[in-house]
Design a protein around this ligand. Structure first.
Ligand code: GLU
Length: 443
């Protein structure tokens, strides 16, 4: 079976870096195996799901370049859940329950108060036909629980965590359907994973106990379960589960000048045994991806590391990839001269302005003015105007090092530092360069 993965967000909010990491790892897993990556919108919770979040999820994946090979959404698949539901019911694996939320809550508290695990006591399973009929006659519609088989051992070889074992008797029979007929997440997810041919479920470790009950659902539906892997959660650089991370999403990062490639390069590698490297190619990340590299300790997300990676990635990006985001007229030579100075792409406009001018020059003292006047006279335009000019001035004045280069840079660019002058000067051009030197000499 070709590897098929899915990213299954609930559209109840924007994606944050933790979700993005899960999406990326699913994408990488599929790409590496030449398989397919699906987006599944888990929108069974009608009250909390919003269309604007569905749109935002798609847009974010688009910006990241993690384009799914297909998309499904649970609200469009509701009819598909009925037959398996009836089948499980007929097989005695689903049973109706009539307790109210308050009742259940009270029972949980009593158990916890006694120091016992708050497991559901299966009281509804013991109801007789007549007792059920009475509840229904009172107008109480049932919600439905999945009957875990306490005799069936639950185990899987987790792609990240290794062998996992659960005792079904230590788990509550999960509610799968509410009294109003709406679905909770667990069963539709299994039905979809079967229907969509999902071979690998890779998700956060907060889903480990869901996997335990879902494995029995796969078996009860006579389907072969996918491989499961649960990755450790993402935490802030300080090691704590930073609240900020739960809201840090694509918009904020994009506004902060972060390139999607930088975010992906970081999220592909943090929490793994592989080094974080400025790898701008998604395909290269995919080739090197291996679940076995994922560690069990929480992955640390450090924004300073992201900024460093962002700069390193920008410094490699070819002009063609960024041209549409650069100021009008800024060609490949200018991009290559300027990119080593960038922390974010928006800085390119500032540096481009030192090419196009006007530049703001500081005041020069008399000696410097004389030196810059000489520079204006001696400027000749050949293959390497900067090399020629500085050699000429060095010979003529005996200046060297900073005394030679800095006043020239300041006069020509209005700044103390910046792109390499040999690359920059040809971009400024002979007439404009001479004009700037003359202006500085007269200041
Ligand atoms: N909708 C679930 C979530 O967002 C999906 C979990 C899964 O990948 O199965 O947590």
């Amino acid at each position: 079976m070709p590897v098929t993965t899915r990213f299954a967000p609930s559209p109840t909010g924007r994606l944050h870096v933790g979700n993005i990491r899960t999406a990326l790892h699913n994408w990488l897993l599929a790409r590496q195996a030449g398989g397919a990556f699906w987006l599944r919108i888990d929108d069974t919770d009608e009250a909390r799901s919003e269309e604007r979040f569905v749109a935002a999820i798609r847009a974010d994946l688009g910006w990241l370049g993690l384009v799914p090979d297909g998309e499904e959404r649970q609200s469009a698949r509701l009819p598909l859940y009925e037959e398996p539901f009836q089948r499980l019911r007929a097989a005695g694996r689903l049973y109706p329950c009539y307790e109210s939320a308050q009742e259940l809550d009270l029972r949980r508290k009593v158990l916890l108060g006694r120091g016992l695990p708050p497991l559901y006591d299966r009281a509804a399973l013991a109801l007789s036909e007549a007792e059920r009929a009475e509840k229904e006659a009172q107008g109480i519609a049932p919600h439905w629980r999945f009957l875990l088989d306490h005799a069936e051992p639950i185990g899987w070889d987790d792609g990240v965590r290794g062998p996992q074992l659960f005792d079904a008797a230590q788990l509550s029979d999960p509610v799968v359907r509410r009294a109003d007929g709406s679905w909770l997440y667990a069963l539709p997810s299994v039905i979809d994973d079967i229907g969509m041919g999902i071979t690998d479920v890779l998700r956060g470790e907060d889903h480990v106990s869901n996997t335990a009950v879902q494995l029995q659902m796969f078996t009860a539906l006579r389907a072969r379960p996918p491989r499961f892997a649960h990755e450790a959660l993402l935490v802030g650089a300080e090691g704590k589960l930073a609240k900020r991370l739960g809201s840090l999403g694509c918009d904020a990062l994009r506004e902060g000048g972060i390139e999607p490639e930088a975010l992906l390069a970081l999220l592909a590698r943090i929490g793994t045994s592989q080094p974080v490297e400025p790898i701008a190619s998604r395909e290269a990340l995919a080739q090197a991806f291996d679940l076995a590299h994922l560690g069990r300790a929480p992955a640390r997300f450090d924004q300073a590391e992201l900024s460093r990676l962002n700069a390193a990635i920008l410094h490699q990006l070819p002009h063609a990839q960024v041209a549409h985001r650069l100021p009008e007229g800024m060609g490949a030579a200018a991009w290559e001269a300027i990119r080593p100075n960038l922390a974010t792409l928006t800085d390119a406009a500032d540096w481009w302005r030192i090419v196009t001018g006007p530049v703001e020059q500081r005041e020069f003292d008399q000696e410097e003015r004389a030196f810059l006047g000489l520079a204006a006279e001696r400027l000749v335009w050949g293959e390497d105007p900067w090399g020629a000019l500085t050699a000429e001035l060095k010979a003529a004045t005996g200046r060297k090092g900073k005394a030679l280069f800095l006043p020239l840079r300041q006069a020509l660019t209005g700044r103390d530092s910046g792109p390499d002058m040999p690359a920059l000067l040809p971009l400024i051009g002979a007439d404009e360069a001479r004009a700037r030197l003359v202006r500085a000499a007269r200041s």
